[in-house]
Design a protein around this ligand. Sequence first.
Ligand code: KIV
Ligand code: ZN
Length: 522
Amino acid sequence: MNDTTQQDRVLIFDTTLRDGEQSPGATMTHEEKIEIASLLDEMGVDIIEAGFPIASEGDFAAVSEIARLSQNSVICGLARAQLGDIDRCWEAVKHAGQPRIHTFIGTSPLHRAIPNLTMDQMAERIHETVTHARNLCDNVQWSPMDATRTELEYLYRVVEIAIKAGATTINIPDTVGYTAPRESADLIRKLLENVPGADEIVFATHCHNDLGMATANSLAAVEAGARQIECTINGLGERAGNTALEEVVMAMKVRNDIMPYQTRVDSTKIMNISRRVATVSGFAVQFNKAIVGKNAFAHESGIHQDGMLKNAETFEIMRPADVGLAETNIVMGKHSGRAALRSKLENLGYELGDNQLKDVFVRFKELADRKKEIYDEDLIALMRTATDPESDRIKLKSMHVVCGTEGPNVAKMTLIVDGDERSTEQTGDGPVDASFNCIKALVEHNARLQLYQVNAVTEGTDAQATVSVRMEEEGRIVTGQAANTDTVVSSAQAYIHALNRLLVRREKGGTDKREISYKITS
Ligand code: KIV
Ligand code: ZN
């Protein structure tokens, strides 16, 4: 084992809450953003990009609160190369113990054409905006968006301007996921060799995964001298996503012999945050995803190879515990008590208050009546769907569905809405549609369903189905989750969960609509 204390530090910059969350459909609620930020802070992420404060009231509020609550991480906000954006960003991040302003402009020919600036005009804009940011905050990051498709000589010129204007970190984005490892490394090397002042700042690498090379490109950039990797949990992000935090962190840990760099990230916290991000974003992790996929550890998927039993290293290059994965075993059954449930959940990373434990315990017992073997995944699904009794104005009392190859699909449903019992019977294009039609008939709303997703939690026909729905009404976006051994019941519960959240959002007011995009128009 190498002595990592003597190794170069690579800073981990997490942008799950900005680049990840801006991915269409991955919108998170305010509370979810706060929770994810606190998990990132706790796991040792150096810099958290908490949002894009000018983009919406919601973004501003989230970045401000994350800044206020931050403990160890630097809190960063994104701003376009406009003075108003930068001021707004500072207003939000200034509450952090360690604030950072990240400002950017697209420097490639295609991006320069959008605001219709000449090379000289853009250079002037960069000087002006980075200087402005630096006058507000002594920690400033600047990014030439689409750097990997920017003319090299022009890139040298603008990076030098940004450094002279006070940028302390220069981020080199591969915005469209176009580069490849050798080129990614060459670019950082050339910048270090050719830009005056380059050795005084930190170079960051920011890769997108359009060609499946984001992790390789980021690590190649580090080998060439970059000392900050920008990434997201589960590789969340627009199109094919961003570099996955768990992949770069584990690559540098497991192959420390050939990538001798250290990070501050506690890798045992990876699984927990991965699950939370999957839940709140509604983007499930693919089964064979590196590090955090359900099948990433062979014995986790039940494949007990002969060799594995004799020596785990036959097939494993890391231990499940290194990423916070407890071994899957039948954990509990219908006779397990409340204390055992609490302790098991604590092992899985959930700290429960007494009221929450009460709710989860009731649902655990219901599940144990229907399902003999309860696995860790089942408990995680229960936790994912824990509701807040205070905000549950709509409750499912009963439902009954008739479906089959012939005749209409009919659902009968009774809901308790604000204490009143309401019942209806509706048909639909399938059992789920029929039950959603019941909910629509019983609770007035104009929300449009944006996402409906079903996953089986474990194997077997008695497996629980977790359902995620996302809906939008007048710019307010809410998500709902539920788990049940009956897929149709789970679907109705997830819809009701989202609707309960929508009622809370209506009362609070405000929208999640982002009027602002990354394009600079003037
Ligand atoms: O991909 C990109 O270019 C970005 C910038 C805003 C840094 O996300
Ligand atoms: Zn990006």
